[in-house]
Design a protein around this ligand. Sequence first.
Ligand code: 5GP
Ligand code: ZN
Length: 112
Amino acid sequence: MSDCLFCKIIAGEIPSSKVYEDDQYFAFNDINPQAPTHFLVVAKKHIDKVSSMNEGDRALIGGLFDVAARICREKSVTDYRLVINNGEGVGQTVFHIHLHVLAGRSMNWPPG
Ligand code: 5GP
Ligand code: ZN
C-alpha cells in the first residue's frame, strides 16, 4: 500500500534498524522503544488490522509469532510480551498489522 509507513519501511524507502527479513516477514526495532528490547514483526503483505484479516491470512499472521520466537531465541531472550493493538481506541497508530515484542524489564498486568 503506497501510503503505508510500514510498507515503506519494508520496501527500504524509509530507513529502519532491521532485525530480521525473509520473503514473507520483516522485523525492525521500534523507533520509540518501551522496553530495552522492543521490535516489531510485520508480514510484507499489507493487512491493516487483525479484524480485517480473512481466513486465507491465518497462516501468514500466525507466522508473526514464529518469527518473534525465533528472533528471541537467537537473542537468548526467554521472557517477552507480545502485543497487537487492533483499532485506534486501544492505541493502534499504524494500520499495517504488527506484533510488538517487548522484553528486558518487569511488566505489569493488566496492561494500561
Ligand atoms: P501501534 O501503536 O500502532 O501498535 O504501534 C506502532 C509502533 O510503530 C509504535 O510503537 C511506534 O513507536 C512505531 N513507529 C512509528 N513510526 C515508526 C518509524 O518510522 N520507524 C519505526 N522503527 N517505528 C515506528
Ligand atoms: Zn502496509
